[in-house]
Ligand binder design. Structure first.
Ligand code: AQP
Length: 332
């Protein structure tokens, strides 16, 4: 079976609709056909200031949400990144073969550091993509299911992996991004020009899966739509409506053209009311399942411990091979 690997940050507690439709939903599907490794990337979460108690809680909450979304520990390996020390260890080696110039070209770093200002930007935020290179290469992943915003980070992973293989001999599998066109970028409900995002969206622009359903309904009903009144998919002229159609179609499985047909002669209000109901119906069982996992922390921790053990078995081999290739004397 080909292997997939992906991760999600525990930051901010609730996943949002962009995380789910852009990434997590594909994770669930791929566990049926692939040897799947999925992790909560807590090491990545401290690149910006964090509260320790909140991070601990949100890491378990992230794992609970992944299980609630449909990950099955019998079908995939689910773990917490910091439980597998090889991530940080391989990251150091990757730091040493990544160019400062190429790391400086990462647009996510440029955007985030510009917002934070130089004084508040950590070196960790700068080297975040390099830790991500290690995350992926450790598992010899063939595919990395992510949203469009991560494409550049997969590209640098390929470049650095190829460089290592060229310099030291074939060691790593070179991964490909797995980005579904339809849901690659879910947009902010209030500003369809930007992606729905934990750090950039306003509270009204982001649908958090664990929000009270009433709040979710309100947000969808007040989503920004476009000039005109026709419900057609046109990302350039009607980015707001197109975003709503994408969400509607991916949650219900109804193709966009069928939705366009169904709403001929109806206004934006009807679409928003129906979509609000679709989302509310989807999140209700998701919230309940998440709560069930949170109510049983012993089971949750046991799933994560088992996942970490399976992940370490792979990661330790890759790290040992890498250390050998770069010329470290093996520890006795
Ligand atoms: N709006 C989105 N549309 C499609 N996919 C998205 N992803 C995130 N936002 C969208 C994908 O979700 C996965 C996990 O995200 P993450 O938490 O690791 O990444 P992130 O980039 O920190 O999440 P945010 O909300 O985008 O936070 P900010 O803006 O603060 O960085 C990834 O596969 C991501 O592509």
């Amino acid at each position: 079976r080909p292997r997939v690997l992906s991760g999600i940050q525990p930051t901010a507690g609730s996943f949002h609709l962009g995380n789910y439709l852009g990434a997590v939903r594909q994770w669930v599907a791929l566990q049926e056909t692939h040897d799947a490794f999925y992790m909560v990337v807590d090491l990545h979460a401290i690149t910006i200031p964090q509260d320790p108690a909140e991070l601990r809680a949100s890491t378990r909450l992230a794992a609970a949400q992944l299980l609630a979304a449909g990950l099955d520990p019998e079908r995939c390996t689910l773990f917490v990144q910091s439980h597998v020390p090889e991530h940080a260890q391989l990251a150091w080696v990757m730091n040493c073969i990544t160019g400062f110039g190429e790391a400086s070209r990462m647009t996510q770093f440029k955007d985030k550091s510009a917002k934070q200002g130089a004084d508040r930007t950590t070196v960790g935020l700068f080297t975040y993509p390099i830790l991500q290179i290690a995350d992926i290469l450790l598992y010899h992943a063939d595919l990395v299911p992510v949203g469009e915003d991560q494409r550049q980070h997969i590209e640098i992973t390929r470049d650095v992996g190829e460089r290592f293989n060229g310099r030291y001999g074939a060691t790593f599998t070179i991964p490909k991004p797995y980005i579904l066109k339809e849901t690659a970028k879910i947009h902010d409900l209030q500003d369809p020009a930007i992606k729905m995002s934990k750090s950039a969206s306003s509270p009204k622009g982001i649908v958090n899966l664990l929000d009270e359903p009433k709040a979710t309904v309100k947000k969808i009903k007040s989503a920004v739509t476009d000039t005109g009144s026709e419900i057609v998919f046109d990302e350039d002229k009607k980015p707001g409506v197109s975003n709503l159609l994408t969400i509607f179609s991916s949650l219900t499985g109804t193709p966009v053209p069928e939705l366009e047909q169904a709403y001929v002669g109806k206004g934006y209000g009807a679409l928003k009311t129906d979509l609000a109901e679709v989302v509310a119906d989807w999140v209700a069982p998701f919230r309940a399942r998440t709560q069930e996992y949170l109510d049983d922390p012993a089971t949750l921790d046991a799933i994560l411990a088992e996942g970490a053990a399976k992940a370490r078995a792979v990661a330790a081999d890759t790290l040992a091979a890498t250390y050998d290739r770069v010329g470290f004397v093996p520890a006795k």
